[in-house]
Design a protein around this ligand. Sequence first.
Ligand code: FMN
Length: 407
Amino acid sequence: MINIASSFTLPNGSILKNRIVKSAMSENFGTRHHAPSKGLINAYKVWAKGNPGLLITGNIMIDSMALGEARNVVVEDYKDFELLKKWAKSVEGTGVHLWPQINHPGRQAFAAINRETVGPSAISLNMGNTSKMFKLPTALTEEAIWDIIKRFGNTARIMKEAGFTGCQIHGAHGYLVSQFLSPISNVRTDQFGGSISNRARFVLEIYREIRYQVGSGYPIGIKINSADFQTGGFTELESLEVIRLLENEGIDLIEISGGTYEKPAMIQGDRKKSTIAREAYFLDYIEKARKLIKTPLLLTGGIRSVSVMEKALKDGNLDFIGLARPFCLYPNLANQVFDGSVKRFETPIPNIGIKFLDKLGGVELPWYELQIQRIGKGKSPKTNLPGILALWFSLKSLFVKSFWRNK
Ligand SMILES: Cc1cc2nc3c(=O)[nH]c(=O)nc-3n(C[C@H](O)[C@H](O)[C@H](O)COP(=O)(O)O)c2cc1C
């Protein structure tokens, strides 16, 4: 029987020492100039001591002109190389892998902090009251698309040179890669739009460019949506086709998630009570994926109990268990799984009673970011942190950043 503590060798030979993965969480904890802060690096030291097999960083942007959040780390050149080296060293001596998650937000970029936003097509986000926080994106020219593809490779190479041990493309949650995959946001009529093979061209070219820049033998993973869960969006069948194409290219690890800002299935949103109770939101999909491909699979979303982790591994439909919010409250998580001291990692859903904000994770996400920041500052997570404080932190960081947008 496969157990959580057993090691796993990726097809390229990299060994992950156990099956627990900290999934990417945007920490919103870079410096004003988008370098990794001391606190951010420290949070990874703490997490590494907790002993998971793999830590995936929060999304790192490839272009300072395209920010997802005010305090994202941006890696587009060697300006912060010494700090990146320090960050890579945060796992030194622990045997824990550290991979950056590499991202471009496309149209999911707040207007307050971006002068211009781009997307596959000029189609706005449809988010009711909160749509106004985002601009109508400019449709990318083919030349601009190739520039972005190069940038993904550039960021991955710099991170590799700094000492990170693999990387992950953010292909999920409605950001640019995911926008290209979805017929809702991509109505292009050129080679990057239309059929699923055309819509997948962007991500396949990103994979090829990263591979070209980091060389063979270096792990490249992707986080991808099992579906957008929106009418007319990226479907499960299309997603299965894309992971098959990625396997053909030689991708090393596929993480399954789902949802977009418009439909945030990745963090519960309006998910059915039965799915929450079963934990593992995207389990049905991963069973289908397993039958189709041999690439190692990582499942993230809703997993909380050690018994669910054990069963998922035992059933053989996945190779790694991804957890995000639990790592914010239990930084020593993997050790606690292995020594049996915690059987279930509870994660509250903080809210402030303003329905549309609560539903979109407008309080929940910054609340968990604040917990990461506490960890980085050497404090313990605080489960009674008021939701309103998280909202204030989020609005403040957007407001302050709006004064020096994209500088
Ligand atoms: C504060 C916060 C920030 C997040 N940032 C990212 C991110 O940068 N990239 C990403 O792929 N997912 C991000 N997510 C989603 C998580 O990786 C994960 O898919 C989701 O929280 C479900 O897993 P969980 O139930 O174990 O928390 C974020 C989630 C939270 C709570």
